[in-house]
Ligand binder design. Sequence first.
Ligand code: ADP
Length: 152
Amino acid sequence: MAKIAVFPGSFDPVTLGHVDIIRRGVPLFDKIVVAIGVNAQKTYTFSLEERKRFIEESFKDFPTVSVVTYEGMTVDLCRKLGAQFLLRGLRNATDFEFEKAIAQTNHELTGIESVFLLTAPNTSYISSSIVRDVIKNGGDYSLLVPDSVRVK
Ligand code: ADP
């Protein structure tokens, strides 16, 4: 059976931290589906189309990586796609505590296995929220994101 992993997040915008986790996931899975969650309660800096395009452009040379958008529960998306795994990145203890509760709940309720990759040392400080702050304040964000992320 093909090993399919979903990598869920907001990706507002995708960062070099996300890119590192996806690239390192490529040899582990037959397919990785990057899943951009849509939450009607949240406001985003980048539109859904922009967030999707940034990731697609970064991974255009990776045939096993695709991008979808979704609403609702991540485990429902996994079921729909036939994905047995969730891919997540871990930066620090806060990520660990948060992810632990979610992963244990998902496993208990659906059997989906979460696979965690530890952040690379050179990208561990990067988060989408810091990138958004840098952008809002007119700073140079180019070292934090892939080339596909362009602010109009
Ligand atoms: P959220 O789910 O809070 O919207 P993101 O879209 O920023 O989060 O992130 C999705 C996934 O990417 C999460 O598993 C998160 O831990 C991981 N991630 C984000 N930034 C990094 C980084 N710099 N290094 C490793 N993993 C990261």
